[in-house]
Write a protein that binds this ligand. Structure first.
Ligand code: DGL
Length: 261
């Protein structure tokens, strides 16, 4: 009871292995402009997607503990990899705070009911974990789904490479086996990937949809805050704080550049 009157002004904590979760924060800020946000990116330990599940779980718990020390009122795990490795354990451990995760947005891709393959680009860990495989199995009779692990792509984006020759040739190489057949949509199952969307669209047919889960996750955050009467109703714009485990100016500058892109 004691904290309740002030809790609505507390920040919402965001977490990702690096700068990727800013694609989700961007949508959340648009939807909830009056909220205060703290974003923690663990670029020092990125990429997560090629680590073991136990390593990612440990890093995710450390990050959540850090955000809790900042008195956040809700937490968004804005990383598909960390969500698949740790969301259940996090919710069991921290029962009193809403924890929102993200998973590849397969449902909207299937609902398009277009002909051709649905390609899911994500990290090797996301695609090998049970969470994704259960999701994929639930749609396997309705659509032709092709998981495409993209090791190495997060590193390019962490280095600020979101367009140009290197990103283009990475994507062309990855998608080469599919470009001659029909692709109905590409699901970006890693929160870093929306930042390379422009380069991706250059090599795809105009009719191929590119889908990501950032808006859906931001809406889910709003719903949960509203259900718990935790929405901030201040009239002024909220504050956005970005913290990164690398603690270099260039990574904070890159973060704001991506957030405002
Ligand atoms: N943004 C993370 C995700 O959504 C990237 C994971 C990584 O660091 O490999 O999966």
């Amino acid at each position: 009871m004691k904290n309740e009157p002030n809790l609505i002004n507390n920040p919402i904590g965001f977490f990702d292995s690096g700068v990727g979760g800013l694609s989700v924060l961007k949508e959340a800020v648009k939807l909830l402009p009056n909220e205060n946000f703290i974003y923690f990116g663990d670029s020092k330990n990125a990429p997560y997607g090629t680590k073991t599940v136990d390593e990612v779980k440990k890093l995710t718990f450390n990050a959540v503990d850090f955000l809790l020390s900042k008195e956040v009122k809700a937490i968004v795990i804005a990383c598909n990899t960390a969500t698949s490795a740790a969301i259940e354990d996090l919710r069991t451990t921290y029962k009193n705070i809403p924890i929102i995760g993200i998973e590849p947005a397969l449902k909207p891709a299937v609902e398009l009911k277009k002909n051709g393959k649905i390609i899911i680009m994500a990290t090797p860990m996301t695609l090998s974990e049970a969470k994704f495989n259960n999701l994929m199995n639930s749609y396997k009779n309705e659509a032709d789904i092709e998981p495409l692990p993209c090791a190495g792509l997060v590193e390019l984006i962490e280095n600020g490479l979101i367009e140009g020759a290197e990103v283009n040739s990475y994507l062309k190489n990855k998608l080469k086996p599919y470009l001659k057949s029909s692709i109905s949509s590409i699901v970006l199952g890693c929160t870093h990937y929306p930042f390379i969307k422009k380069e991706l669209s250059k090599i795809l047919d105009k009719n191929t949809e590119i889908i990501d889960g950032s808006l859906g996750t931001a809406k889910q955050l709003k719903r949960q805050l509203s259900n718990m009467n935790l929405l901030n109703n201040q009239a002024t714009l909220g504050k956005i704080e970005i913290i990164n485990s690398l603690n270099y100016k260039h990574i904070i500058d890159l973060s704001f550049k991506l957030l405002n892109s």
